[in-house]
Design a protein around this ligand. Structure first.
Ligand SMILES: [Zn+2]
Length: 494
């Protein structure tokens, strides 16, 4: 498998074993167990109440919309939604946790035994999903006076309780991921899926989605998992991949030297590109889980679960498969265009205007995506509308403009915010198919290149390629190449 990187080492190579735990904050109107608003960017501590500040005697109430959103995620990940699930208290002390416990789920979670299908390059991969459970987010600690907001070196910390109690979903994968690149693809595509479900914007900067990775290596083909290390609380795809690319060879080196991997939590330093131990024996924590006495078990009505299932949108996996069939795209192209909803909708709106699907795919993935990246735009925003891109694709398909001229037209579509046909007209960019006009250029080129003309007439017909090139150059790439060929032959063979 190309996506399964074999870690370099002595012969008898090692196989990476990677599992991910992904946290997603849900975009519900209110918090998980109280009526406080879930917001972003408001002044600190504006959205608090006795429940989320853990005043004595305050009682939690489950947010039904959060259960619905969590169920959407669970069903989209092909999990079995358990008929009965229970909230537990996960006990630990931390300044961002006023109750000194987090309400989470333990041995009776929302959903179990699913799988997520994702793509890495041309490969279709499947990762089993162990469970999806519901919990509440902690408040946010702000470390002041240090560098980059890190606790190390800071002078003091303050707490913003606005985030405390925000509905949080944890998705736990089985350790089925076999390469750093696949881990990155898994996360990016999982994020796309959650956004598609309409349950979270998954804003990375806000930390709305973040993950832990468990990493170990084993001799290729072995069924053991090996002792794992953990990377905690990451929210950059690139750093995750880099951290894995650094950690996997480190483990191989230790093992090949006859050493042992310590089970520990690692910190990844992006500047140095290395991992360093943060703390050891995460498992040594004892959270003393027990059922939350203030909440009754949640009984899931099967009819309601089916209602939620019926309301799911077309999911990326299904759409990618449809794109390969309906539009004849390669799997790799279908993954790019069909993986995320906004770009998929844009592409389908272009195709709906009756242009060639493959050509439209090339332009959407090529110039259009590059434009979005350069301008920092989301698909569907900006001045390049589906209508305009379809117009350009049509001009290319009809031979009105060559591909290279079309790229120029595309750039002008952004700069001048205009229709492609109008740009071609205004700037005189259309292909020259006027025989009389071209004959004059051909005559000039023939006159200016006597040596090549002689070679052609002396039995080297391939020299015509050079002469065609000269005509194209003289016309700024706008001459109709077929017509140029005909005219040249007519002149030279005369
Ligand atoms: Zn509250």
């Amino acid at each position: 498998m190309s996506a399964a990187a074999v870690v370099q080492g002595q012969p008898g190579a090692w196989e990476p074993v990677i599992g991910l735990e992904v946290h997603v904050e849900l975009d519900t109107a209110t918090k998980m167990f109280c009526g406080c608003a879930v917001t972003k960017g408001d002044a600190p501590n504006m959205h608090t109440c006795p429940v989320c500040l853990a005043h004595p005697g305050a009682l939690p109430v489950v947010n039904q919309r959060a259960v619905e959103y969590a169920t959407r995620i669970a069903l989209a990940l092909n999990c079995t939604v358990r008929p009965r699930n229970v909230f537990h208290r996960k006990n630990y002390f931390y300044p961002d946790l006023p109750k000194a416990y987090q309400i989470s789920q333990f041995d009776e979670p929302l959903a179990v035994d699913g799988w997520f299908e994702y793509s890495s390059g041309d490969e279709k991969l499947r990762c089993r999903v162990n469970r999806v459970h519901m919990e509440e987010d902690a408040a946010k600690l702000v470390h002041a006076g240090g560098e980059a907001g890190r606790i190390a070196g800071s002078e003091y910390s303050v707490v913003d309780f606005n985030r405390g109690g925000t509905p949080l979903i944890e998705i736990v994968s089985e350790p089925d991921i076999r390469s750093p690149a696949a881990a990155r693809d898994f996360l990016q595509q999982l994020r796309d899926l959650v956004i598609e479900l309409g349950v979270s914007e998954c804003n990375m900067e806000e930390g709305q989605v973040r993950w832990d990775a468990n990493i170990s290596v084993r001799p290729a083909g072995s069924a053991d998992l090996g002792t794992r290390t953990e990377l905690k609380n990451m929210n950059s795809f690139r750093y995750l991949q880099q951290a894995l690319e650094s950690e996997l060879p480190r483990q191989v080196e230790v093992l090949e030297a006859g050493g042992r991997i310590d089970q520990e939590t690692l910190h990844f330093d992006p500047a140095a590109g290395t991992t360093t131990p943060l703390r050891s024996k995460e498992e040594a924590h004892d959270y003393r889980y027990f059922p939350e006495p203030d909440l009754v078990p949640l009984v899931m009505d099967p009819a309601w679960v089916e209602e939620v299932r019926a309301g799911l949108p077309e999911l990326p996996g299904a759409r990618i498969a449809r794109f390969t069939e309906q539009y004849g795209l390669s799997r790799a192209d279908a993954v790019v265009l069909g993986g995320a909803g906004a770009l998929a909708r844009f592409y389908e709106e272009v195709v709906a205007r009756g242009v060639d699907a493959k050509l439209a795919a090339n332009w959407t993935m090529g110039e259009y995506l590059a434009h979005l990246n350069a301008a920092g735009l989301e698909p569907g925003h900006g001045h390049v509308t589906p209508e305009r891109l379809a117009g350009l694709v049509r001009l290319v398909a009809e031979g009105t403009v060559s591909t290279s001229v079309a790229k120029d037209v595309f750039a002008k579509m952004i700069a001048e915010r205009a229709e492609p046909a109008a740009i071609v007209e205004t700037h005189g960019l259309g292909q020259i198919s006027d025989g009389a006009k071209l004959e004059a250029v051909v005559a000039d080129v023939v006159a200016a290149n006597p040596a090549q003309v002689e070679q052609y007439r002396g039995g080297k017909p391939q020299v015509i390629g050079f002469l065609v090139g000269q005509v194209m150059k003289a016309t700024g790439g706008r001459a109709n190449p077929k017509l140029v060929n005909e005219l040249l032959r007519k002149t030279l063979d005369a």
